[in-house]
Every structure is written in C-alpha cells, then in structure tokens.
Design a protein around this ligand. Structure first.
Ligand code: KIV
Length: 264
C-alpha cells in the first residue's frame, strides 16, 4: 500500500540537532488528526495491548492486531513517519521470524520498526538493518521483558546497571539503529547515554536530556488513567467525552435530538 505524498525521509526528522516529538497512535481517525499536527513521528506501539485492547500485558498483542492497526494509522497519516513496534510474538517467541514480520510491517505502511532490548535482540537488529529496514531500539524499562527487570521500576539506579544500559545503547548504535527509546531511566544516566551516542535518544520517563520525547497518546490526552510520574496530561479528554455523551443522552431523553434539520 502506498499513498505516501510528502513523507519526509527518516534522515530529515532524525538528527541530533533537532528535538524530536513522537506520540503513539493506534487508529485511522486519530492518525488523521495527528497528520495535521507538527509531531515528528507516530509510533504504533504495542501499548495498543493496554490502552486499546484492555490487556494487562503487552506480550499478548498479536502480530495480526499490530499489523491491522499499523495499516490504519499509515492510511490516516500518509505524510508522517510511522514506526511500528515488533510485538513480543513477532521476535521473542522461539518460533518467531522477525525479518518476515518486519517486512510485513513495512508492507502495512510503516517506515521502520521498533524492537525492545532482550537477550536475542542484537542478532535480529543486525539482520533487519542488513535488509535495509530502519530500526529504532528501546532500552531501560522494556515492558516485553518486565518480569526480568523486577517489575515496572526505574532502571539504571546503580552504577553497574547504568553501565549496562550505556553498553546496550552503544551496541545498538554499532548495529545500525537510527535512534533509541530510553524508558524510565534516571535522567543523569539518560544524559550519559545520550552524550555517548551519535544517534538521537527519545525518552519516556528518562528526563530532559534526551534528544526527543515520546508519550502514549491516550496518556497525554487524559483518556487512559496512567498515574506514572513522567506522564503529563495535556488535555482532559475523558472529562470532555463524558460531557459530550451525557449531552447526547440528555438530548435524546428530552426529545431534542434529532431535530428537523437533522432529519430527512
Ligand atoms: O508501546 C509503546 O507505547 C512504547 C512507548 C512507551 C515508547 O513502546
């Protein structure tokens, strides 16, 4: 599928000189709205599992679900850079075929894929880059392997784990990723990582020294109840939705909707 008109090249958006904004998106209508904003990158994140599908674990979202949503988002925002998360089932399951999966995401309209750090990720990143697929890394709090990290906790708190994160970031850069998401990392460690790289870092809960920032769309719009310290809600969509739906309900009950003008 290709309806790409004025899509910028990844190299134009991803530069260490500019601050990068990235937001998640999961459906066509929101993508159409985001298409008319200045946001640099749209991420079809596997947080889809939590915020759209109501699942407690991102590991549960299927490749097909992610592909469907990637297709919808790419269709709604053809001129934006769209990156899709390779879900757990597409890369960490023993039988998974990450290169095949990544190619399907590109066919669905994504410009690149994001892959979370895990023990076997380097081989996959190498293979994807070799096959000319743009890859974004993701280190720190990686939800697909949260059970190995002792839960949803800030990462890089002691020197050893901080050094480990720096090493992961450098290895990913050497393998050819074009940027790295830093999730829930102490801001000074995120700065060390950022300073040690030539590629940009995009933070979520990783402080102000990252080159870019990402938030989950429904968190920043105040639709999904996320009380993590790093979330800023820029709008109270939940309140606005409730207000609108109650007005709709009241209009029906009062008999004022539909009016004659709204009827054939
Ligand atoms: O799935 C997602 O929303 C993400 C962001 C938190 C970066 O990976």
């Amino acid at each position: 599928m290709s309806m790409k008109k004025n899509k910028p090249k990844i190299e134009q958006v991803i530069s260490r000189e500019k601050r990068i904004s990235m937001v998640t998106c999961y459906d066509y209508s929101f993508a159409c709205a985001l298409a008319q904003t200045n946001v640099d990158i749209i991420l079809v994140g596997d947080s889809l599992a939590n915020v759209s599908l109501g699942l407690s674990d991102t590991k549960e979202v299927t490749i097909e679900e992610m592909l469907n949503h990637t297709q919808a988002v790419s269709k709604g925002a053809p001129d934006k850079l769209v990156i899709a998360d390779i879900p757990y089932l597409g890369c960490q399951k023993k039988s998974s075929k990450p290169l095949e999966v990544a190619k399907k995401f590109i066919q669905a309209g994504a410009d690149g894929v994001k892959i979370e750090w895990f023990r076997g990720c380097k081989k996959i990143v190498k293979d994807l880059v070799k096959n000319n697929i743009w890859v974004m890394g993701h280190i720190g709090l990686t939800p697909q392997t949260v059970h190995l990290l002792g839960g949803y906790k800030v990462q890089g708190k002691d020197r050893e784990s901080a050094n480990n994160l720096i090493k992961q970031a450098e290895q990913l850069q050497d393998l050819g990723v074009f940027s790295i998401v830093l999730e829930c990392i102490k801001k000074d460690i995120a700065k060390e990582i950022t300073d040690s790289l030539d590629i940009p870092t995009i933070g979520i809960g990783a402080g102000k020294y990252c080159k870019g920032q990402v938030l989950v769309l429904y968190d920043l719009l105040g639709l999904y109840p996320n009380n993590m310290k790093f979330v800023r809600t820029f709008f109270d969509l939940s309140r606005q939705v409730k207000k609108a739906i109650n007005s709709f309900d009241q209009a029906i009950k009062k008999g004022t909707f539909p009016s004659d003008q709204e009827s054939f």
